[in-house]
Design a protein around this ligand. Structure first.
Ligand code: M6R
Length: 608
């Protein structure tokens, strides 16, 4: 988490850094700070609170003159959000400034050692130890000091570093936290992510683990941790710069929900050719697909919910057993990957620390990993053996919507491909499913156009204390995501339950007017879920139902019904989730919550 930006060039650095940080606030937003070399010394301004506090403090950067600087927006790990814990951090002489994204795991022994050598610490952060360590090793050669520190510290870090004695250069360093650098005719840039510098350059260099970059106003040099110079090729970023702007929408989340028909189309259509599914990036021959004995899916949060859906879809269509794990559990449970196992990791950011660790764990066990990833060039995209991109473009709101929808259709494509190759689906069923797949974007569009009705309903639940989401099979997976969408942005406690499991304990929480959202899109389970709805209604619940058009029987058991268009049951998630996303969004808006930047969260979770 945390976002870092750096600039060295001909232009005033502070406004460029503030602008860049504003594009990275999704990574953390509990405090922000900047260091700028003013011609004599490194000046630091930092403050707890959103970036706008720093903007006010520095008069939009005007009070921090200088053409060299680094900045940071923070998601606190070590030390509460406070002025003193905000980055940048100095050494004692205030001649070295550091911004950091990641965690220094051995900071405590290092801190004790530095204290024993007479260093004084002013913050509770792990980062401050870096400033003092660099100072300790610095004997006039910044690169030497930085690489010595890299050999001493354990953990993850993307760093921006500047030295008052070398005001013609800044340094960027990376291990396990994302970092890019870029250049244009006015200077060179450091950033945690592409949107921060897209306005200035499309030519970026992805920094690999244990690499250091020395940036000057007009050129950059790349080094290994052993100070050997290396060469790198830039990558041209094709993204539309407007994609990372709100474009007239009140929130990024709303804009991104509205982009779902396009992201689903962009993920699906290039892989549907002449009535067949062609996934070149899969890197598997038909014989290799036929040899798959088991699929392991590993992910976190909403991407994990896609994995839960994938279990039903892949097992149902392709008849391959699927095991789904939360990445933070998978990595420490000594997983058994049997002969013929295939591992799939799913991640929007491609930087989620636990998912990345699960990928590495699987590779160490000798298995190839397919990454379903949104961010091009991210760590998971680089390290996975094969990458299937979800073409959702930059997703800024912390609550995922369009990337989730793109991940779902990537899974449908995979399941159908496997089924076709393994012969577990008839040609006519395959063709009918393809037809249904292609209709999804229009159907999503139609559901989005019905937003006012959901908004009116959501306004009634602004004061809710607890909301339960129930469903069976794929509807349970949909419930999990609906519940997460609501809770993460509205702060209303919410849980998802397999509908049949309620009566094993949780039903005791149902009382008069408790909202229960029941998802019932699977025809074979419809009557069963209906019974569970009747059970909660009998205990006073107010039942909101999401079901397929035509299932009017549900009105006997539900107080409010949202109908979704009919599609193949395996694809129902893509439609049923739309009203649930809108519901979560409008409840949060109604409560006055900061929808795009919910408290305590960050968009990419690069710490365990
Ligand atoms: O970038 P990733 O897809 O790996 O992120 C996984 C989760 O952190 C993410 O889905 C999270 O749960 C979102 N806040 C959900 O809206």
């Amino acid at each position: 988490m945390c976002g870092i930006v750096g600039y060295i060039g001909k232009k005033p650095a502070a406004p460029i850094i503030l602008e860049g940080l504003s594009k990275l606030e999704y990574r953390g937003y509990d405090s922000a700070g900047m260091a700028v070399f003013d011609g004599e010394k490194i000046q630091i301004k930092k403050s707890v609170g959103r970036l706008k506090v720093l903007e006010e403090l520095t008069h939009d950067g005007a009070t921090m003159p200088g053409v060299i600087g680094i900045g940071h927006t923070r998601w606190a790990t070590h030390g509460a959000p406070s002025d003193v814990n905000s980055h940048p951090h100095y050494n004692e002489k205030e001649t070295i400034a550091v911004v950091h994204n990641g965690i220094i795991e051995n900071y405590l022994p290092l801190k004790e050692k530095m204290i024993s050598k007479g260093y004084k610490f002013t913050s509770d952060t792990d980062t401050e130890v870096l400033a003092h360590l660099i100072d300790y090793y610095y004997k006039g050669n910044p690169l030497e000091a930085i690489t010595k520190v890299m050999h001493r510290v354990q953990g993850s870090y993307a760093l921006g570093i500047m030295f008052a004695e070398h005001p013609d250069q800044i340094f960027a360093v990376r291990k396990d936290s994302p970092l890019i650098v870029g250049q244009n005719e006015d200077g060179c840039f450091i950033a945690s992510d592409v949107p921060a510098i897209l306005k200035y350059t499309r030519k970026v260099y992805f920094i690999q683990n244990q690499e250091v970059v020395r940036l000057r106003a007009d050129h950059m040099h790349f080094y290994t941790v052993d100070e050997e110079e290396i060469t790198k090729e830039p990558v041209n970023i094709e993204w539309d710069a407007d994609a990372a702007e709100k474009g007239g929408y009140e929130h990024f989340m709303l804009k991104e929900m509205y982009e779902q028909p396009k992201t689903v189309t962009d993920t699906l259509m290039p892989r549907i050719k002449d009535g067949d599914i062609v996934i070149e990036e899969l890197g598997m021959s038909d014989d290799e697909i036929k040899a798959i004995r088991k699929v392991h899916i590993v992910a976190c949060g909403s991407a994990y919910h896609v994995g839960v859906t994938a279990k039903y879809v892949i097992e149902g269509i392709a008849r391959i057993p699927v095991e789904v794990d939360v990445a933070s559990e998978f990595r420490y449970r000594n997983p058994i990957l049997e002969e013929g196992a295939m591992v799939i990791v799913i991640s929007q950011s491609g930087e989620t620390a636990d998912t990345l660790a699960a990928l590495r764990e699987s590779q160490q066990l000798g298995y190839k990993v397919l990454g379903i990833v949104n961010v091009v060039g991210s760590s998971i995209a680089r390290e996975a053996d094969n990458v299937m991109y979800t073409w959702a473009g930059p997703e800024i709101a912390v609550a995922t919507t369009k990337a989730y929808s793109a991940q779902l259709v990537a899974i449908y494509l995979l399941a159908m491909k496997f089924a076709k190759v393994k012969g577990t689906i008839s040609d006519s069923d395959f063709t009918a499913m393809l037809k249904d797949l292609k209709r999804l974007p229009d159907q999503i569009e139609m559901l989005l156009s019905n937003k006012e009705r959901i908004q009116r309903f959501a306004n009634r639940y602004i004061g809710a204390k607890d909301v339960f989401f129930i469903g069976r099979g794929i509807d349970y997976a949909i419930s999990m995501e609906g519940s997460l969408k609501l809770k993460e942005i509205s702060y209303i406690h919410s849980e998802a339950y397999a509908a049949g499991e309620l009566k094993h304990g949780t039903i005791s929480l149902i009382e008069k007017d408790t909202l229960v959202a029941a998802v019932a899109t699977q025809d074979n389970l419809f009557q069963k879920t209906l019974s569970n709805m009747v059970e909660v209604k009998a205990r006073g619940a107010f039942v909101l139902a999401v079901t397929n058009a035509g299932n009017t029987d549900i009105e006997k058991a539900a107080d409010y019904v949202i109908y979704i268009p009919r599609t193949n049951p395996y694809f129902a998630n893509s439609l049923a989730i739309i009203p649930l996303q809108l519901f979560g969004y409008y409840v949060a808006v109604g409560k006055g919550c900061d929808v795009d930047k919910p408290r305590n969260l960050a968009k990419s979770v690069t710490v365990e």
